[in-house]
Every structure is written in C-alpha cells, then in structure tokens.
Design a binder for this molecule. Structure first.
Ligand SMILES: [Zn+2]
Ligand SMILES: [Zn+2]
Ligand SMILES: [Zn+2]
Ligand SMILES: [Zn+2]
Length: 210
C-alpha cells in the first residue's frame, strides 16, 4: 500500500468518538452533528453525546400527552391518537365529504348506508341476490343479456321459479306451485304465483283488446 493510500484510509477510519456513531470525524473527536450539538449544549467537558444521531428525542403526544418516540419530525400524535383522529372521506353514495374514525366507513350516514345496501342487491322486487352488473344479479343480468338487453324489462319470473314448458291451459298450476314450494321454498312459490297472476292479467288485457 502506498503512503498516500494508507493516509487516506486512516483518515477514512477516523470516526466520531461516541459509541454507535460511525459518522466521519470532523472536530474534537466528534462528527459534525455531535460537534454542533456539543456547541449548542455549551461545550460541556463531560458529555455523553445525547440520543443517537438520527433518532429523534422522545416527546409528548399533542393529544393525550403520553411520551412517545416520534418517527419523523411531523409525527405529533401517538399511534392510538392518530388512529382515533377523524379522517375525511367521500361518501360512495352521495359524494359528500364526511369525517370518520372507522376504517371501512364508506358512507356519510345511516341514510346513505341504507341506500348503499339497497344498491348492492338486485334491483328486481323480491330478488335479494347481490348485484353483478347494471344493478342486477348475475342470473337476472344473464336473462336480460339473452333477451337483447331490453330497456323496459320486468325481470321475468323470479329466479329459481321454473316456468312450465307446456301451454298454460294444460298445466296443473296447483301441483306446479306445490312442487316449487317444496323445491325452492315458500317465498319463491309465492313470487311465482304473483308472477303467474300478472301474466294472466296481461294476457286477459291483450285478449280484451284484440
Ligand atoms: Zn457523532
Ligand atoms: Zn396520544
Ligand atoms: Zn352520503
Ligand atoms: Zn336478480
């Protein structure tokens, strides 16, 4: 090793005298930061260097006063206080800004929350399946697509209510409804009956017109 290189490496080896501080030596056996601190402290003859450089001094939470070890200069609140602080969000239903401390709050209040819950189920009466697309459940959406996406559509018979394949007059409707009730439950059966009445009424109306 040349003399010059050894000198360089020795100078590079010279670090701050304080334990754990590996900063480059600057003056009086200290790094620049420690030296500045020491000057600020009034140049005490016996001085321990204070808290490690780069670690911020503990300070009280501005909310509850508990002593905390801040991370970064701008942290003024302890973790629980920061979490409890209301945050501004935008309501996913009405778009209004609102304050909340709840992590998953998406709506500004009870009215919008109810609206959101309603929006997330299929738009057709009696169909409580969750929304898939265009405000419909996947089953209704599939039917609608098959029909060529009509603008005015009532959703057809309730999902799960199998329409009998024979012409109306040949069907034993009581048996059909009973079977439906057994297989799909009383609610679906009731809905199918309702749908049936509606269909009959519509047919009667169109026949009256004809
Ligand atoms: Zn130092
Ligand atoms: Zn606090
Ligand atoms: Zn809202
Ligand atoms: Zn549906």
């Amino acid at each position: 090793m040349s003399v010059k290189r050894r000198e360089l490496s020795q100078r590079a080896m010279k670090v701050c005298k304080f334990d754990g501080c590996n900063r480059k030596h600057d003056a009086r056996g200290m790094c620049t930061t420690h030296y500045k601190r020491w000057v600020k402290a009034g140049k005490p003859s016996d001085w321990d260097g204070g808290p490690p450089v780069g670690v911020l001094a503990p300070k009280p939470c501005m909310e509850c006063g508990v002593m905390m070890q801040p991370r970064g200069n701008r942290q003024g609140r302890c973790k629980p206080c920061a979490a409890a602080r209301p945050k501004q969000r935008k309501c996913s239903v009405c778009g209004k800004s609102f304050m909340t401390t709840v992590r998953n709050e998406r709506t500004c209040g009870a009215a919008c929350a109810r609206k959101r819950a309603r929006l997330s189920v299929c738009k057709f009466d009696g169909c409580n399946r969750s929304t898939h697309a265009s405000g419909m459940c996947s089953a209704h959406h599939m039917r609608w697509t098959k029909l060529g996406r009509p603008e005015q559509w009532d959703g057809g018979p309730p999902i799960g209510a199998m329409s009998p394949k024979q012409p109306d007059e040949h069907v034993d409707w009581d048996a059909f409804v009973q079977r439906l009730e057994r297989n799909a439950g009383p609610r679906t059966a009731a809905l199918a009956q309702m749908e049936l009445r509606r269909l009959r009424q519509r047919r009667a109306e169109s026949e009256a017109r004809a």
